[in-house]
Design a protein around this ligand. Structure first.
Ligand code: ACM
Length: 707
């Protein structure tokens, strides 16, 4: 069943899937609401546009309305009347009840928004619905005939999943508070509601402890959040309907604890902060009571800072080497009938769970914590594969999905969008399915800095946000990309830098030279995927991240446009084909090298891209050869095809830690030219589908090899 009902014609709805056509504002919402009706008309926002809040007393309602009004003023360029507490205004928002003192995972987030040409009314059960409804309202504001208007709509909306998170890792690379707060702004704009704040790692301990001050004094090189900053972030998040779940990664990933407190370790130390990326041997020693005394005091202190009911204790990638090499640890395991490191970790988790429970907290951990001995109250975060999620749910534990949502893998938005926490056909009972609370996008910190983190998070995190909020049936990839582009502009208005930093960062690579030739190349490459980058060169916490690979994007609008143009071309009957558009693009690629190469030769930071630039020239020429062959109706000879494919294979290799986006479309052009004769026996559509099948299979094989 289609859960979205758009009160517009079917033809218009179909047009919306075509990225190059304009869509109505109601079709530009992200995430797509559960139910939208829109039958024309609009509410003008003029200088007299009044706003008011009524209903339950919760300061978040007025604050959210004030933020929305301030943003509207910025867009309009003139002031608006200040929001008032009143029952009448052009826009009235009303929460039926104040929210819970601590936002809960089960709290009602639904809202109803009705906009008519005369007025707008937003109602919700709690202030959370008001925050989400105002985000929707702001997305509906457009310019029409020289004035600002809000599209008339009737929207009933609520999330599909209650847990819609984003993990930030300021441990591997430091991210100051401004990065966290602007990320919270962006999260609120797409209705994400959990900040998973990964606060301790081998490379750094990032929060102030007054009880155990050597944690930050010796474990952070001065980069940590003070307790006042943490309180301000938690309050900032709460105002925006976002919970903050802290993660303290133990008993592995724990070197930064041990630098100041080596007595907590399974090895005597001394310990130094780790400066490389990877998985390291240092572990806490779970056999000693003093560890639990330490953690009891620590979590007691943290419980006072983080009101959320959950605390994440990590639990991932625990290396057993130090446990297995320690006689006291082995003796303890023998005494307690713990067969292996896994049992020992489960013992640790049980005790940590008791510590957290004493402080009123529920325990959450990565999927390695799953063990039959653990109580069902723990929440399991699945990252190693979807099976962890299903196992946790079958075991009666609440669970969330992150496998498939790792934004640091540098995969395109479409890839993450296709991952569903509860896909059709998943073999879970309704009761088990209820344990699947949602998911979290993860942005591990190895290759992000305050300068590029926005571009690494956005707009792709918005694709995950939609997957977790909108009905499962909302999954049109072209339409997602169309709306992500709009979302990018909205986030730019909020102060996010993913759009605005792109050209200036490329400019920096070429100094005073013109930037366009480099941008033409950069638009067509993406950083290598998964964790291959770390294997291609040695990186440390101090390596600057300002090369082409750090600016190149994990999605490419020009590459998608080229793919569509090739498809349009090949779907035309041969006699009516026009290759003007594709030919112009290929010619520009071919001719770029002559301009770019001297620039690269004079720009040490980006000289590594010279072979890529030369390959782009080759790829342009290859494409043009195909167009000529298609235009002449001349099938490519098998030897020629093999030669072109060798060229494509060579160009497909990663260099400078980036790869071309455009190889699949060029493979398709080569195949099309070689297999033209088939058009005598099949329709253009069947022929095109057959070519697609080959290219798609090759792409899938490549992705599997990289993984
Ligand atoms: C993880 O990515 N190690 C949770």
């Amino acid at each position: 069943m289609l859960a979205i009902v758009l009160g517009v014609s079917l033809a218009a709805a179909l047009e919306a899937a075509e990225p190059e056509r304009p869509a109505t504002p109601a079709q530009s919402l992200l995430p797509v609401p559960l139910h939208v009706e829109s039958d024309g008309g609009a509410l003008p926002i003029d200088r007299g546009f009044t706003t008011a809040w009524t209903g339950a007393d919760d300061p978040r309602v007025a604050a959210a309305l004030q933020r929305s009004v301030a943003r509207l003023e910025k867009r309009l360029g003139h002031p608006l009347p200040a929001p008032r507490r009143a029952a009448q205004a052009r826009l009235v928002v009303e929460a039926a009840s104040a929210g819970l003192p601590v936002q809960s995972v089960s709290e009602d987030e639904s809202y109803r928004l009705v906009v008519t040409p005369r007025e707008a009314r937003l109602t919700a059960a709690t202030p959370l619905g008001i925050v989400h409804g105002l985000a929707t309202f702001e997305q509906l504001v457009v310019s029409e005939g020289g004035r600002a208007v809000v599209t008339a709509v009737k929207i009933e909306d609520r999330p599909r999943f209650a847990w819609r998170g984003l993990l930030l890792d300021p441990c591997r690379r430091w991210e100051p508070v401004e990065v966290i707060t602007r990320t919270l702004d962006a999260m609120a704009a797409v209705k994400l509601n959990v900040l998973h704040w990964h606060l301790s790692e081998d490379q750094g301990f990032r929060i102030e402890s007054k009880r155990w001050p050597r944690l930050q004094e010796m474990g952070s090189e001065g980069h940590y959040y003070t307790q006042d900053q943490v309180r301000s972030v938690v309050a900032y998040a709460r105002e925006r309907g976002i919970r903050v779940v802290p993660e303290f990664d133990t008993p592995g990933h724990s070197t930064s604890w041990l630098v100041g407190y080596p007595e907590l370790g399974a090895f005597p130390g001394p310990f130094e902060l780790v400066r490389e990326w990877g998985i390291f041997d240092n572990v806490l020693d779970p056999t000693r009571d003093r560890l639990y005394e330490f953690l009891d005091a620590f979590f007691g202190e943290m419980a006072g800072l983080f009101p959320d009911e959950y605390v994440h204790i990590g639990g991932d990638e625990v290396m057993p080497r130090q446990w297995n090499a320690s006689l006291p640890v082995l003796d303890f395991m023998y005494q307690h009938r713990l067969r292996d490191a896994r049992d020992l970790q489960a013992y640790y988790n049980r005790r940590i769970n008791e510590v957290l429970a004493r402080h009123g907290k529920k325990m959450m951990g990565w999927d390695e914590v799953l063990h039959p001995d653990l109580p069902r109250s723990i929440l399991v975060q699945s990252w190693r594969g979807p099976e962890g999620l299903a196992q946790a749910a079958r075991q009666g534990c609440d669970t969330i999905l992150s496998d498939g949502y790792y934004l640091d893998h540098m995969l395109p938005a479409a890839q993450h969008y296709g991952v569903d926490p509860l896909p059709a056909g998943r073999n879970l009972s309704p009761e088990e399915s209820r344990h699947v609370l949602g998911g979290e996008a993860c942005m591990w910190g190895e290759f992000v800095t305050p300068e590029n983190i926005d571009a690494r998070l956005w707009p792709r995190a918005a694709a995950v946000a939609e997957r977790l909020w909108s009905p499962a049936e909302v999954k049109d990839v072209d339409d997602l990309y169309r709306r992500l582009e709009i979302q990018d502009r909205r986030l730019t208005d909020l102060g996010l830098t993913q759009v605005t930093s792109y050209t200036p960062r490329l400019q920096r690579l070429v100094g005073a030279h013109p930037v366009e030739p480099l941008q033409r190349l950069a638009d067509l490459v993406h950083p290598v995927r998964f964790y291959r980058r770390g294997h291609m060169r040695s990186y440390t916490t101090a390596t600057p991240l300002d090369r082409l690979v750090d600016v190149a994007r994990p999605d490419s609008a020009p590459a998608r446009a080229f793919r569509r143009a090739v498809d349009r071309l090949l779907l035309q009957p041969p006699a009516q084909r026009s290759d003007v558009e594709v030919r112009a693009t290929l010619t520009a690629w071919r001719d770029n090298h002559a301009v770019l190469d001297p620039i690269l030769a004079d720009s040490p930071q980006v000289a590594e891209a010279r072979t890529l630039s030369r390959d782009l020239q080759e790829l342009g020429s290859l494409g043009l050869r195909c167009l000529d062959g298609l235009a002449a109706g001349q099938a490519m000879a098998p030897e020629r095809q093999a030669e072109e494919e060798r060229l494509l294979d060579a160009a497909e290799r990663a260099r400078a830690e980036v790869e071309f986006w455009i190889i699949p479309s060029l493979r398709k052009l080569v195949l099309a030219t070689a297999r033209q004769a088939e058009l005598k026996t099949t329709s253009v559509e069947e022929w095109n589908a057959a070519l697609d099948a080959v290219v798609t299979r090759l792409e899938a094989q490549k992705l599997a090899r990289e993984r």
